[in-house]
Design a protein around this ligand. Structure first.
Ligand code: F6R
Length: 604
């Protein structure tokens, strides 16, 4: 994820761009930059690190009169966070900012290099501006050259491009990454990845659809569809309340983040799923050399993500896998052997216990990998290699989309490893890639499902406790469901393997014990059902989450039928998140900032 902003008009362009970037910094903050075309001259500034560095660099720069500007805050996908890799990227007389991934950039770059074009950065984005300038040599109309350029790109993008010979315009295009164009009654034009960046500035906005592109000048916005037809635009009035706009109409950040999962998971997979393999540009071919064991280490929700995927690593990649709670590993004097890949999983990258175990592993000479959501965080800086989960900033203290993206990355990593080790057939790998591609659809929250859960939640506000039960990967998911409920409802909840209930906990069963049972159709169905029957026979109140209703259930939350248990996993995850959210709302709790908790636990 990156954030982009654009502006055309007579106001202070620098201020507008910087303020816009500040609102978008959550989308990425490893570097930032801006280009402003004022009185025929480009003024370019770039800085590595947080936006405040760019602010410092531009503090003496001012614009006056009419200007055209584009700006960007970056979350690296290709190339390290350096000034050269920061946007805007430069051609002979044009600049571009881009959010997304250009999947065919290598072939486009090779063609340009053959023509003698030099590249300064390691990014995929730079190819856009050079391609545009190459097209401009044969196409007299700048906008037509831009149109031709867009048609050459594969992948996902939100693009703003400015060029000296059309110095009153911004060319723009959108496919798969968000982009809006806004205007005010004085003819000023604004662009942004999200409306929070233009609140208080633009009065009306148009949210571009995929494959739309166009140009804008003062008082003039033209948008075209995929076939090149000019669109008549219906602008929406923009809210003036920043906080509610940040929540985009949702009651809580947690709710927004649950709904966002479908979109962010697409970002997580962007550029990583090829036709016949998973691809991580972060991991080179020799990375797994000498590795015959994996040790995951994490805390809380991230620990649950690791537990879930440990099943996949052993099952699919046929590699011995263990999972450790970081605060436990620290003091148990563990045997850390060099044939082990040490993987830390963390949303923040700052959790003190996890970070310490990473340092321990490094000290013991192990190869280390961080699966993390925050670039430049301490873990990212410490680990040998990092895979970013690309969930975007998570504001709700109860983690939701971070968990979804962690499981997705680890699932992909298990397939990546299986592919390298040859433990998966071509056909199975293809099938799994197909399943991964289904995730954005599976994670889309259906209003009917949410309404059902909202209604049901009123029955689950009392009682002496909750058991969340499941088998196999659904056991860690049950742990996660129980953790979500505990965190925001303050009700007692436990996650348990279904098959283990009869070894003690079943003694608690009575109508005031609520059992939330995960019953997938595609994994150990009959076995899990028998475990639920055992609890039903002892009169526990049972809510089954499944695609098939069973008579043993007091309540039933229906998910869609899926062809594979991992798709059931992700839909059940959404159900569990919504269930805790709705119970917490009914109890009148602060969903986003539950008592006694903090978003990042940097103390032991
Ligand atoms: C629960 C939650 C916590 C974190 C844990 C680790 O909703 O957010 O359990 O998962 O504190 O944090 P990270 O992933 O930042 O290392």
């Amino acid at each position: 994820m990156c954030g982009i902003v654009g502006y055309i008009g007579n106001k202070d362009a620098k201020e507008i761009l910087i303020e816009g970037l500040r609102e978008l910094e959550y989308r990425g903050y490893d570097s930032a930059g801006l280009a402003i075309l004022n009185s025929g001259e480009f003024n370019i500034y770039k800085a590595v690190g947080k936006l405040k560095n760019l602010e410092e660099k531009t503090k003496d720069f001012t614009t006056s009169g009419f200007s055209v500007g584009i700006a960007h805050t970056r979350w690296a996908t290709h190339g390290k966070p350096t000034e050269l890799n920061a946007h805007p990227h430069l051609g002979e007389e044009s600049y571009v900012v881009h959010n997304g991934i250009i999947e065919n950039y290598i072939e486009l770059k090779k063609e340009l290099e053959k023509k003698g074009v030099g590249f300064l950065s390691q990014t995929d984005t730079e190819v856009i501006v050079h391609r545009f300038e190459d097209n401009k040599k044969t196409i007299a109309d700048n906008f037509k050259a831009f149109e031709t350029t867009i048609n050459e790109l594969d992948g996902a993008y939100a693009i703003l491009l400015v060029t000296k010979s059309s110095d009153d315009k911004i060319f723009f295009a959108k496919k798969g990454s968000p982009l809006l164009v806004g205007k005010d009654s004085n003819g000023n034009v604004y662009f942004a990845s999200s409306d929070t960046a233009v609140i208080g500035k633009a009065e009306e906005v148009y949210y571009l659809e995929d494959d739309e592109y166009g140009y804008a000048g003062k008082n003039d916005i033209a948008v075209f569809d995929k076939s090149g037809n000019k669109k008549s635009l219906t602008f929406k009035r923009l809210s003036t309340n920043k906080l509610s706009a940040q929540k985009e109409g949702y009651r809580f950040f947690m709710e927004k983040e649950i709904y966002e999962q479908s979109e962010v998971i697409a970002d997580t997979m962007l550029g990583r799923l090829k036709d016949e393999e998973v691809f991580f540009e972060e991991i080179d071919d020799s990375f797994f050399d000498g590795i015959d064991e994996i040790k995951f280490c994490a805390c809380g929700t991230s620990y649950h993500a690791a537990l879930s995927c440990a099943y996949l690593f052993e099952r699919v990649a046929k590699i011995k896998t263990s999972v450790e709670i970081a605060s436990e590993l620290r003091y148990k004097e563990p045997l850390l052997t060099k044939n082990t890949l040490f993987v830390v999983i963390s949303q923040s990258g700052e959790t003190a216990d996890t970070l310490e175990t990473l340092k321990m592993a490094k000290k013991a000479g192990l190869k280390t990998l961080a699966v993390c959501n925050v670039d430049n965080s301490s873990m990212v800086r410490t680990a040998d290699t990092t895979i970013l989960t690309r969930a975007g900033i998570e504001k709700g203290v109860a983690s939701t989309k971070a968990f979804a993206t962690q499981v997705c990355v680890l699932w992909m990593l298990s397939l990546f490893m299986a592919g390298k080790k040859g433990t998966i057939s071509k056909e199975s790998l293809k099938e799994q890639l197909h399943l991964l591609r289904e995730l954005p659809k599976v994670l889309k929250v259906k209003q009917k499902l949410h309404d059902r859960i909202k209604k049901l939640s009123k029955r689950y506000l009392h009682g002496h406790g909750f058991f969340f039960i499941g088998r196999d990967v659904f056991y860690p998911l049950a742990l996660e469901g129980a953790l979500k409920l505990k965190e925001i409802s303050y009700l007692h909840a436990e996650g348990y393997p279904s098959g283990e209930m009869k070894h003690g906990p079943i003694a608690l069963a009575d109508p005031e014990l609520f059992t939330i049972a995960l019953l997938p159709q595609n994994l150990l169905y009959e076995k899990t059902k028998s475990n639920i029957e055992e609890l039903s026979a002892r009169d526990s109140t049972i809510c089954i989450i499944s695609s098939k209703n069973e008579e043993i259930a007091d309540d039933f939350i229906k998910i869609d039928e899926h062809s594979h248990y991992m798709l059931e996993f992700f839909e059940m995850m959404v159900v569990l998140q919504l269930l805790s959210l709705e119970i917490s709302v009914r109890l009148g709790n602060d969903v986003d900032m539950p008592r006694n908790l903090a978003k990042s636990v940097t103390v032991e």
